[in-house]
Design a protein around this ligand. Structure first.
Ligand SMILES: Cc1cc2nc3c(=O)[nH]c(=O)nc-3n(C[C@H](O)[C@H](O)[C@H](O)COP(=O)(O)OP(=O)(O)OC[C@H]3O[C@@H](n4cnc5c(N)ncnc54)[C@H](O)[C@@H]3O)c2cc1C
Ligand code: SF4
Length: 339
């Protein structure tokens, strides 16, 4: 049994109080929301803290509301709530589907949207016990100087593994972040850093307060596909979210496809909208365009030995998942997973 190191828990009731505690405690504190990633990381000696600043009792951080056509999702809204909410399922289906496939029911009941966006990157040589990592000689991301994925590599390529991230990218979401100097709003695309050691531009002492999903096009369709070995619990071995915006005549006016579990940050496949523009789901031209997009994904997505699953198998599954997820979005169906 892995023991949780001794740690105190502070329970602020407002964002200002939480920010005050973070400013006062500095590097001695970490933020905890649902704790479903943070607690295992503390047990594995990957994270260290004297105090956990819990967001559980902070007023106004949980819940979903509509504001001028946007969906405003509080950072501590649970993944289970997100997956089941009728407004999210209807207006941002890729996000609801991605949330519905995270981990298992207990973890979705505790795990939050904010914690998912801010999930630490993952690697099969890193997400291990201290004893296991020590036997290996540690690695760049924690306690060591070598990368076991890229020989001679000087940069960590641990994988962004948060299922909701690519969905939020296709939806053009923005993040509202509160910090010592007030609030700032960041488009999610500019939030990621291509660095597996820390892949998100959140400054020390800052809190993610809410995620805003703008009003989508009238003919919006979306879906999420997730490659995994088991029907539950598994992190993505490859994940892809798609957006199809249909015009009044039912033709594709715009489209997007973003992936996760490849590199340090979620990655957008380039050229998707150009291939799909003007074609209509149900027609042969649409299926041909989908095949071309699957080809783009295959060429642009390069799985590494950072997360489990044979690299060749994951690579072969990239076009399969891109194709199936686009077709599911076109039918208003999804999520896509084989188990
Ligand atoms: C067995 C298992 C399977 C899992 N499978 C998946 C999976 O398939 N897909 C997936 O995406 N995830 C998976 N997870 C990870 C995790 O359950 C989810 O990502 C969850 O959404 C994390 O949310 P949380 O609230 O528990 O985050 P926490 O663990 O509380 O926090 C995660 C990180 O975010 C920071 N943080 C949280 N909220 C805020 C905030 N509002 N402001 C600033 N910092 C914040 C914390 O300091 C910490 O660094 C799995 C976890 C386990 C244990
Ligand atoms: S990619 Fe993996 S092995 Fe390499 S430095 Fe990052 S966590 Fe360590």
């Amino acid at each position: 049994v892995l023991r949780l190191p001794k740690v105190e828990v502070a329970t602020p009731t407002s964002v200002d109080e939480a920010l005050g505690l973070l400013a006062e405690l500095g590097e001695r504190a970490l933020v905890v929301a649902g704790g479903t990633d943070l607690v295992p990381n503390l047990k594995h000696g990957l994270f260290e803290a004297e105090v956990l600043v819990s967001l559980g009792a902070v007023e106004g951080l949980a819940g979903i509301r509509e504001e001028e056509g946007a969906l405003v999702l509080g950072a501590t809204t649970t993944l289970a709530t997100l997956a089941e909410d009728e407004r999210v399922r209807r207006r941002a289906p890729a996000l609801a589907q991605a949330a519905s496939l995270v981990a298992g029911p207990q973890l979705r009941a505790m795990g939050t949207l904010g914690g998912n966006v801010l999930l630490d990157t993952r690697c099969q040589w890193y997400n291990q016990t201290y004893f296991w990592r020590k036997a290996l000689g540690f690695c760049l991301k924690k306690d060591g100087t070598l990368c076991h994925v890229v020989e001679g590599g000087r940069r960590c390529v641990a994988a962004a593994s948060n299922d909701t991230a690519p969905a939020l990218m296709t939806l053009g979401a923005t993040l509202v972040i509160a910090g010592p100097r007030g609030r700032r709003t960041v488009p999610i695309d500019s939030f990621w850093l291509a660095d597996g050691i820390r892949n998100r531009a959140l400054e020390p002492g800052e809190l993610l307060v809410e995620v805003r999903v703008p009003r989508q096009a009238e003919g919006h369709r979306g879906a999420y596909g997730k490659l995994r070995e088991r029907g539950s619990i598994d992190f993505p071995l490859f994940g892809c979210a798609v957006r199809l915006d249909l015009d009044g005549a039912g033709r594709v006016a715009d489209a997007d496809l973003c992936s996760v579990a490849l590199a340090a940050r979620p990655v957008r496949v380039r050229g998707v909208a150009a291939e799909l523009a003007g074609v209509q789901p149900g027609e042969a031209a649409f299926d041909e365009a989908v095949e071309r997009v699957a080809g783009l994904a295959e060429r642009q997505c390069r799985p590494l030995e950072n997360v489990p699953g044979e690299v060749e198998w994951r690579q072969a599954m990239v076009p399969v998942y891109a194709r199936r997820t686009l077709q599911a979005a076109a039918r208003g169906a999804g999520p896509v997973h084989h188990v």
